[in-house]
Design a protein around this ligand. Structure first.
Ligand code: ASP
Length: 324
């Protein structure tokens, strides 16, 4: 029987209702989590490692980076077939993407979570852990990048996003759909991402900010970030990369101050492209040497910029990471 390590970090999957505060709070440890799923014994030999027990809103890029090292530490052991990480769903896609870019192992790495706490009616955590362990123990999950497994669907870390605040079917890959599914009898992986990429700096640069563009936005936040000498800015623009004129000025000001600027889209699917040439469009900011994020969301572009800056301060090289 294959051996799978389950690394627990916290999240709703490890929470129970607390009458005193009338809400869910961290309560269940890693061993309890796995014990709640007796069927695991038929799938793999499971060993639990508790990394943390926090809501995922407490998880920082630096702790994601530490988690990445922990994953590699276990994955390099010969006896380990795959790794599962349990995580809060709020920042799950950011951790998944950071791991996708940084882990050295090609062994299956699956992340899962839950939308309902362990004490709620019909919690989804146990089923999700089972599905994630099945996937991590499956040969087809080898060299697929980090996989997000919830609701019996398998998604590529690069493509997936949380789409609903409470629904158990919250994780979707809006542009391309799931890469596979977990059936009661077997795991089926139907496609392989051609865009697996690695950015593996010794450390990341976390002073990188995400600004969402809204109608009538001015350059206030850009002035703040220039003043604080921020190391990088990601702008979630309209449509295929368009911004109001004041935001264009803000971007150009940031670039004059040598701050790398990445342009992503606030639309939930599709790429940033040079489709227009009017002032405020992506191509009208070409001279400022801005970086186009492609298809990834603003929050993932921020993770990518943090890692890229850990490798180099050269905007041309950072651009290569985003164009790859
Ligand atoms: N607030 C929780 C967290 O991300 C939500 C969840 O786990 O679903 O930790």
């Amino acid at each position: 029987m294959k051996k799978v390590i389950v690394i627990t970090t916290g999240g709703t999957i490890a929470m129970k209702y607390d009458a005193a505060t009338d809400g869910l709070i961290p309560a269940v440890n890693g061993a309890d989590l796995v014990e709640a799923v007796p069927a695991l014994k038929e799938v793999a030999q499971v060993e639990v490692v508790e990394f943390s027990n926090v809501p995922s809103g407490y998880i920082t890029p630096k702790s994601m980076f530490e988690l990445s090292k922990t994953v590699d530490q276990y994955a390099q052991k010969k006896a380990i077939a795959g790794i599962v990480i349990t995580h809060g769903t709020d920042t799950l896609e950011e951790t998944a993407y950071l791991l996708d870019l940084t882990v050295h192992t090609q062994k299956p790495v699956c992340i899962t979570g839950a939308m309902r706490g362990a004490s709620q009616t019909s919690p989804d955590g146990p089923g999700n852990i089972l599905a994630a362990v099945k996937t991590a123990a499956c040969d087809e999950a080898y060299n697929q990048g980090v996989l997000v497994v919830l609701n019996d669907e398998i998604h590529a870390a690069l493509e997936v996003t949380k789409t609903h605040s409470t629904n158990t079917n919250t994780f979707e890959s809006p542009a391309w759909g799931p890469v596979g599914r977990v059936y009661p009898d077997k795991v089926v992986i139907k496609r392989h991402s051609l865009y697996l990429q690695k950015i593996q700096p010794a450390t990341l640069v976390d002073d990188v900010h995400l600004l969402k563009v809204v109608a009538g936005m001015d350059d206030f936040f850009f002035r703040c970030l220039v003043k604080k000498k921020a190391k990088g800015i990601v702008v979630e623009a309209f449509g295929c990369g368009n911004v109001p004129l004041a935001v264009k000025n803000g971007i150009e000001m940031a670039r004059k101050n040598d701050i790398p600027v990445v342009l992503a889209t606030r639309v939930h699917a599709g790429r940033v492209v040079n489709a227009y040439s009017y002032s405020g469009s992506a191509s009208s900011m070409k001279e400022a040497n801005i970086i186009l994020a492609g298809e990834i969301t603003g929050q993932k572009a921020r993770i990518k910029l943090m890692l890229s800056l850990g490798m180099t301060g050269d905007v041309a090289k950072i651009k290569e990471y985003f164009d790859a």
